[in-house]
Design a protein around this ligand. Structure first.
Ligand code: DSN
Length: 479
């Protein structure tokens, strides 16, 4: 434990040093803390990292280049970077029971690109080199090189569709993943909103993907990774799981057995800043046979690693290995379920009828609104959420028909199930009192809305009163 005033002193001193150079930056940093303290944050992908994690990022590690991996760098003088990278990887392996951990990716998308490249290198490039009796791509003839590039560009990926809750990088056509791969997606059962594993198996049999991707950023249920692995095996696909959203629930042993991706997947990617509560960044865990290709992530796919962020990953992963993290993970889910139940009791329509993870999706069409209108009305009332597609969304990916809500951040702040019921009431009040607006020509607008300012002010005040009982960063006093 640090001494009682250490955190206040550290942040106050840091701001004083910054203020002397560019006071507007110091002002914005301080203002961000005030804003975060005052907003009811229900964004499912955000959290509040610990002071130790935040402080590990603000130092001279930022000055160091360290392309390569521990003990095998393209730059000299990386002994201290080796220390933090090795520590972060060790904590990750121990925490998740993984054979190998690569902690350099700068974000979840970067982690996914590293994973895609590792699978392509292992399953397409390596056999091509062997066939051409070449040790390296530089040894290929022009004709071999042409054939390899065509082969690399001709591979297939099957992932969850965006509107069903998958991520952009799981093969969404406008994203690079949908252009790198010949892609197809699986959705959810239109009646239940749940993944239909028979349908996934059928799609896999027909399409025969090189990579089967599971994981989501907006699916409110657990996924059976054992069954998904069986599907992948049945068609010879590499099974990849993107656990960016629920890594904290895996770390906290809420998701175990068939629902823990690590023992079932060949390769697992994640971010470190969502339910895992670390610094912004990414990570790849994999089976030993993919480790060598994954470790080539930088410089093959990534820019130079960020040693200051790897230091913060090591701190946050050490925190996640402590027993109180399991309690935190359990409370995230209990809070999400309490919030979902509170909304259902008040008549809201939730995709899949509830949640068993950290998030829920409100289908706001039953309130006569689009996601965009609902998101703005909630924001006016001091409640920060984000709009999200619902399965087969009639309003498309921009306006959407849903609101995604998640509990990792408010759970870190200490709010519990009783407070979730109060929040359900606030959300329902705003949504039921917001009316969709019209365009100048009288047609229905997907963006305009009307909400009585008195209602927005009252909800905002109630949200503020609720949060006042749960101070954010109580050990940090900037005054
Ligand atoms: N931006 C993340 C989320 O909000 O889920 C995914 O990339």
């Amino acid at each position: 434990m640090s001494s009682p005033n250490a955190e206040s002193t550290a942040f106050r001193s840091a701001l004083e040093v910054i203020r002397a150079v560019e006071p507007r930056v110091a002002g914005a940093i301080a203002a961000e803390l005030t804003d975060q303290r005052e907003s009811l944050k229900l964004i499912a992908s955000e959290n509040y990292a610990s002071p130790a994690t935040l402080l590990a990022m603000g130092n001279w590690f930022s000055d160091k280049y360290a392309e390569g991996t521990v003990g095998r760098r393209f730059y000299a003088g990386c002994q201290n970077v080796d220390t933090v990278e090795a520590l972060a990887a060790e904590h990750a392996r121990e925490l998740f029971g993984a054979a190998h951990a690569y902690v350099q990716p700068h974000s979840g998308i970067d982690a996914n690109l590293v994973a895609f490249w590792a699978v392509l290198a292992d399953r397409v490039e390596a056999p091509a080199l062997e066939k051409a009796r070449a040790r390296h791509v530089n040894d290929l003839t022009e004709a071999d090189w042409f054939a390899l590039r065509r082969e690399l560009g001709n591979q297939r990926m099957l992932g969850m569709s965006l509107d069903a809750g998958g991520h952009l990088t799981h093969g969404f056509r406008p994203n690079i993943s949908g252009k790198m791969f010949d892609q197809r997606s699986y959705g959810t059962d239109p009646r239940t909103g749940l993944i239909d594993y028979d349908k996934v198996a059928e799609a896999a049999r027909e399409f025969k993907p090189l990579i089967l991707v599971a994981g989501y950023s907006a699916y409110p249920r657990r996924v059976n990774f054992r069954m998904m692995r069986e599907i992948a095996d049945s068609v010879g696909a590499t099974f990849m799981v993107d656990m960016a959203h629920f890594a904290g629930l895996v770390a906290g042993k809420v998701l175990t057995g068939d629902f823990d991706p690590v023992p079932h997947a060949h390769i697992v990617t994640t971010t470190t800043h969502k339910s895992l509560r670390g610094p912004r960044g990414g990570m790849v865990l994999c089976q030993p046979e993919l480790a060598e290709q994954v470790d080539r992530g930088c410089p093959m796919v990534l820019g130079g690693p960020l040693p200051h962020v790897m230091a913060a990953k090591a701190v946050a992963l050490a925190e996640a290995r402590r027993p109180d993290f399991a309690d935190y993970a359990n409370r995230i889910v209990a809070n999400a379920q309490a919030l979902a139940e509170g909304l259902l009791r008040r008549g809201a329509d939730l995709v899949t009828g509830g949640t068993d993870n950290h998030l829920a999706i409100i289908d706001v069409t039953s309130y006569g609104l689009t996601g965009r209108q609902a998101e703005q009305a909630l924001l006016d009332s001091g409640i920060v959420t984000n709009r999200n597609s619902v399965p087969q969304d009639p309003n498309g990916a921009w306006y959407t028909s849903g609101i995604r809500i998640g509990t990792p951040a408010l759970t870190t702040r200490g709010l519990g199930t009783a407070e979730m019921d109060v929040i359900a009431e606030l959300i329902h009040t705003v949504l039921s009192q917001t009316n969709a607006g019209s365009n100048a020509d009288g047609t229905a607008s997907k963006a305009k809305y009307a909400l009585d300012a008195a209602v927005a002010d009252k909800v905002s005040r109630q949200a503020g009163e609720l949060l006042a009982g749960f101070p954010l960063y109580p050990t940090v006093d900037l005054t």
